[in-house]
Ligand binder design. Structure first.
Ligand code: MF3
Ligand code: CO
Ligand code: CO
Length: 261
């Protein structure tokens, strides 16, 4: 069954999403020790590829629209879809690592922020605000609220902190597919957009910039960067709407989704 073109999943489908989400989150837990100055993002991606295979799962991103890696790794002013490569991380670089796995046909999609070495002060504030914005968006998830309520919760908080919300990329429905309706905007007005109903599965994945919200995609056709070269951060959870609120599929098994620096 669908509502407004959005699939309404069965109670039994939540278990499949938990399995997929848990694996993606566990890989993000385990990758933290591999992030340090001098490390390359392609080596981080290779370790992620191995972990997906070791779990008997599949990467959702390898082969997706020609993408060839098990993760997106977005460093500093890269907003999203950074391609792993041979460049080494420098002390104080911040990076988002985004992993999507397929387990028994279900998709688990999650991302977090990491730092190479010691966290710079202004990056720490950006990352804290971005994480808080995601969690405020998730707190707005319950049957009867709308997608606009989620976007408004995120946008109003981020802008109150004098930072900006990226408009050019959004969250998405998922389940047995990677990207499904609706587009989950990280900005909006209360009461706008489709109404949330039990059984909807989607991601919330706000990208927040220290400067202006505009982005551009580089010549590789993937890497999105801030136009003004300001720092950008992102966190992503995959979630399901329950009768009483929300079920987060990608919670950190180790409890370190937002590590303390
Ligand atoms: N995981 C990303 C998301 O949050 C999508 C990455 S698609 C890729 O939707 F091809 F760039 F990997
Ligand atoms: Co996503
Ligand atoms: Co993702």
């Amino acid at each position: 069954m669908t509502r407004d073109g959005i699939r309404l999943h069965q109670a039994s489908d939540f278990a499949g999403m938990h399995k997929a989400g848990n694996l993606a989150a566990r890989i993000l837990d385990e990758i933290a020790e591999h992030v340090y100055p001098g490390q390359t993002t392609e080596e981080i991606d290779r370790i992620i590829t191995d972990k997906v295979a070791a779990a008997g799962a599949q990467s959702a991103t390898i082969g997706y629209r020609g993408y060839q890696h098990a993760s997106c790794i977005s460093v500093n002013h890269v907003v999203c879809h950074g391609i792993p490569g041979p460049k080494t991380l420098k002390p104080g670089d911040i990076l988002n690592i985004d992993v999507t796995v397929i387990v028994d046909g279900w998709f688990g999609d999650t991302s977090r922020m990491y730092v190479a070495g010691v966290m710079p002060r202004r990056a720490e504030r950006l990352i804290q605000v971005t994480h808080d914005a995601l969690m405020l968006g998730i707190e707005a998830v319950r049957p009867g609220n709308t997608f606009g309520d989620i976007g408004h919760a995120i946008q109003s908080y981020v802008e109150s902190q004098r930072m900006s919300v990226v408009r050019d990329f959004c969250g998405h429905g998922l389940g047995r597919v990677f990207h499904a309706p609706p587009n989950v905007l990280h900005y909006g007005r209360p009461g706008q957009g489709p109404r949330l109903e039990e059984g909807m599965f989607f991601t919330i994945e706000p990208m927040v910039n220290l400067g202006r919200p505009e982005t551009k995609v580089l010549a590789d056709d993937w890497t999105a960067v801030t136009r003004d070269k300001s720092l950008s951060a992102q966190f992503e959870h995959s979630i399901g709407v329950t009768a009483s609120g929300v079920d987060i599929f990608t919670l950190s098994p180790a409890g370190v989704f937002h590590p303390m620096w």
